[in-house]
Design a protein around this ligand. Structure first.
Ligand code: 5GP
Ligand code: MG
Length: 178
């Protein structure tokens, strides 16, 4: 089993680049079917979702725009349950179908907060595309429209996801060795 070290912690291979690619393609296929002709804005949550968003965006086959918002709720390997907004939303979303692009939904606290902020801008429609979802950790009830993969509540890095800022550059996803 391939293992890597990120700062002081060991991680083992969990999801291969091929499996990620297939999950991204499934989401893109659904979006291409369901958002065609609707002129959507894809709202990417930085930093974690930048790799997923880049791969997803290249597979989209429709006129669309992309916008970015930066949020953070994690310090180290545990959720702080306290959401911080770092870069604001903009008016491009008003009256448009919006698809929020997120790397992973864990407790759902970050997304719940973001949904409130985005709804205040009155988009015509609001959907969520998340590469990964941890159902065991989820404490909210909003629907997640597009999910790449459901995973257990392990802490993971790679493919945009970090441990204290590092590990985002791996093409695969690794989970913490306990
Ligand atoms: P939530 O608010 O749903 O608990 O957490 C959402 C955010 O926490 C995600 O946007 C993601 O940045 C981060 N996060 C959740 N689970 C993990 C994980 O296993 N690894 C990393 N690196 N970040 C995670
Ligand atoms: Mg994130």
């Amino acid at each position: 089993m391939r293992t890597i070290k990120v700062k002081d912690k060991d991680f083992q291979l969990f999801i291969t680049a091929e499996e990620i690619e297939r999950a991204v393609a499934r989401i893109a296929d659904s979006l291409n079917r369901e958002m065609a002709g609707k002129n959507p804005v894809y709202l990417v949550i930085l930093n974690g979702a930048f790799v997923f968003a880049g791969d997803l965006f290249k597979k989209l086959d429709m006129p669309c725009e992309v916008s970015f918002v930066k949020l953070s709720s994690y310090k180290g390997t545990g959720s702080t349950s306290c959401v911080k907004e770092l870069i604001g939303l903009n008016e491009i979303l008003r009256g448009r179908p919006v698809v929020i692009v997120e790397d992973i939904i864990d407790t759902g606290i970050t997304m719940d907060y973001l949904l409130q902020k985005v709804r205040a801008l009155e988009p015509a429609d609001l959907k969520i595309a998340a590469l990964l979802f941890k159902p065991e950790a989820f404490v909210k009830s909003f629907p997640i429209d597009y999910i790449g993969m459901e995973i257990p509540s392990d802490f993971i890095v790679g493919y945009g996801l970090d441990y204290d800022g590092y590990g985002r550059n791996f093409a695969e996803i690794y989970k913490l060795v306990k």
